[in-house]
Write a protein that binds this ligand. Structure first.
Ligand code: SIN
Ligand code: FE2
Length: 216
């Protein structure tokens, strides 16, 4: 009978391990996620969402921006971090203090002390948008974890191992959920399944994901 219940009605633990050095923290950042859309409106006026191009020339379906000292960019020359937004030539907007603090607290709750993120990637998904399986490996500091915050529509997070062919765990991510991975799982392959159609009271037909990393 349990399996017939919608996932939303099942109780979720405070911390669900996704391996020895990765965890889902369900609802860890509901307050921050609630406040995020208003915060991002201001930020996107400085550094608008855009669809970057992969080195192979494909347009990424996820719309992106950044805040923090380091911003992730992709173009024909490759993937890398830049101090300035290539659109404006100006530094990326600063990382809001409450988000930096949240990333630090989440990392600590997952066992990674003294996390000092300098990059916050902002990914915006609309129904049908997916993020194919990849490793986050453009950061020069791979000792620091990755902290991910979900806002808006739910998504299915795919989390695998160090080889692309390793089995994938499918984890639903809801508004306010945080995922942390690091240590021996820092280079785990991961992705996001195509977003399902839906409407969220705060974000409409969108899911917004922030990932915090130490890039420089
Ligand atoms: C990412 O892999 O960088 C983003 C993951 C997500 O959107 O949950
Ligand atoms: Fe990633």
């Amino acid at each position: 009978m349990r399996a017939a219940l919608p996932a939303l009605l099942l109780p979720r633990a405070a911390r669900e391990p996704l391996g020895e050095a990765a965890a889902l923290l369900p609802g860890f950042a509901t307050a921050e996620a609630d406040a995020l859309p208003a915060l991002l409106q201001a930020l996107w006026r400085e550094a608008p969402l855009r669809h970057m191009v992969t080195p192979g020339g494909a347009r990424m379906s996820v719309a992106m921006s950044n805040c923090g000292e380091a911003g992730w960019v992709s173009d024909r020359r490759g993937y890398r971090y830049e101090r300035c937004d290539p659109h404006s030539g100006r530094p990326w907007p600063p990382m809001p203090a409450q988000l930096r603090e949240l990333a630090r607290r989440a990392a600590s709750a997952a066992g990674f002390e003294a996390f000092e993120p300098d990059a916050c990637l902002i990914n915006c998904y609309t129904p049908g948008t997916r993020l194919s399986l990849h490793q986050d490996r453009d950061e020069s500091d791979l000792h620091s974890p990755v902290v991910s915050l979900s806002c808006g529509l739910p998504a299915t997070f795919l989390f695998g191992g160090l080889r692309r062919s390793d089995p994938l765990r499918r984890t639903p991510l809801f508004h306010g959920d945080v995922v942390v991975w690091g240590g021996p799982q820092r280079l785990a392959f991961h992705g996001v399944a195509p977003l399902l159609e839906g409407e969220h009271p705060l974000t409409g037909r969108r899911r917004i994901n922030l990932t915090f990393r130490r890039a420089f």
